[in-house]
Write a protein that binds this ligand. Structure first.
Ligand code: NI
Length: 136
């Protein structure tokens, strides 16, 4: 159920907010406010080492010696966190791998950092997300 509340803002801040939501294509202020509040809760969950979800995206050189094996080995070390992995052969030399993870924030960061730092990983990124609800 949606509940209403009113917010008072300085005129300048409101103008900035309206410009922000216009640029992002929001149809109204309420939807933009809801997303901003959730974003804050999600980042709090990550900071407080809560139960969260994330996506690790990797682009790596397929010819780098043993890299594929090492990436798989690390994933086995953290197998309880990994929901699924998708591998795409991008071109002759490069692979794209997407690893969907769920679990304790600090363990997810550790997994992501270890893989991203490997020699031959050209681009690595951890996207942090969650439901925004506190699961603790
Ligand atoms: Ni490949």
């Amino acid at each position: 159920m949606l509940r209403r509340f009113s917010v008072s803002l300085e005129e300048e801040l409101l103008e900035q907010f309206d410009a922000y939501i216009r640029e992002r294509g929001y149809v109204n202020r309420s939807e933009a406010m809801r997303d901003l509040i959730r974003k804050e809760f999600i980042s709090e969950q990550w900071e407080q080492d809560g139960e969260v979800a994330g996506v690790v995206t990797l682009v790596y050189d397929h010819h780098q010696a043993q890299l594929q094996e090492k990436i798989t080995e690390i994933q086995h070390e953290y197998y309880t966190l990994i929901t699924s992995t998708t591998h795409v052969h991008m071109d002759h030399d490069n692979c794209l791998e997407v690893i969907i993870v769920k679990g304790k924030a600090s363990r997810i960061k550790e997994l992501a950092e270890r893989i991203i730092a490997m020699r031959g990983v050209k681009n690595g990124k951890l996207t942090m997300t969650s439901t925004g609800h506190h699961l603790r």
